[in-house]
Design a protein around this ligand. Structure first.
Ligand code: SF4
Ligand code: FES
Length: 246
């Protein structure tokens, strides 16, 4: 395939940035989207040009590092996959593809397609954990029976990889789906009850402090989430927040 790419280039956080046109040729439909980006970068390096900065790590849908807004959608046009799982067979010969960074006030652009998602780390640090004594007297996991239904829902919430596609897809740049997933995975388990009230109050406060917007129930986050995190988690977080506030 021969393709035209319109890619966001931005030298640093202060630079205004702009879309720049690139041509790539002989792209195999079996390549992943990031491999196609690698081919372009190799050509740029060979010509002595600056390669395009973009985030990636595991390249198998696990780590949440890859981002990219592709043709106006976080992680591209396919559903429930990350950018690293997107393949070039999704596109046609002659296509023009727009590639931009995830955009949100709380995710400032560092360079080109790389944004700073440390706001998510700070929300996690505010309460996304349980405190367990692991110094030799750890309780056997099977000592506390958990219903299959709750265990399944907790596992579904724990599938969130913290990629930030929910924020990038939301017209308000809301982080509610991410925070709700992190709150829900513990709210559904007995082990999460000890710190439940502090957890939800502190994580929501940190989310607001970081400058994420409010949720207006549009649901774009759920549609674009690569891990299928359900809006039900937001309802659960709101209930947890009300309980903790009272
Ligand atoms: S909720 Fe989905 S879109 Fe949001 S950070 Fe988690 S995995 Fe990514
Ligand atoms: S690079 Fe790890 S999820 Fe895409």
């Amino acid at each position: 395939m021969n393709l035209t790419l319109k890619i966001w280039r931005q030298k640093n956080a202060q630079d205004k940035g702009k879309l720049v046109d690139y041509k790539v040729t002989d792209i195999s439909e079996h390549m992943s989207f990031l491999e196609m980006m690698d081919v372009l970068n190799e050509e740029l390096v060979n010509k002595g040009d600056e390669p395009i900065a973009f985030d990636h790590d595991c390249r198998e849908g696990i780590c949440g590092m890859c981002s990219l807004y592709i043709n106006g959608e976080a992680h591209g046009p396919d559903r429930e996959i990350t950018t690293c799982q997107l393949h070039m067979r999704t596109f046609k010969d002659g296509d023009t593809i727009y590639i931009e960074p995830f955009r949100a006030k709380a995710f400032p652009v560092i360079k080109d397609l790389v944004v700073d998602r440390m706001a998510f780390e700070r929300i996690q640090q505010a309460g996304g954990y349980i405190s367990i004594n692991t110094s030799g007297n750890t309780q056997d996991a099977n000592a506390i029976p958990i219903s299959k239904h709750n265990a399944d829902m907790s596992m579904d919430a724990a599938a969130c990889i913290g990629c930030g596609a929910c924020v990038a897809s939301c017209k308000n740049s809301s982080a509610m789906l991410f925070v709700a997933a992190k709150v829900s995975q513990f709210a559904l388990l007995p082990q999460g009850q000890v710190e439940a009230a502090d957890r939800v109050l502190n994580m929501v406060k940190q989310m607001d402090d970081e400058g994420f917007g409010n949720c207006t129930n549009t649901g774009a986050c759920e549609i674009e989430c690569p891990k299928g995190i359900s809006l039900d988690n937001i309802a659960r977080m709101n209930r947890e927040y009300m309980k903790a506030s009272i």
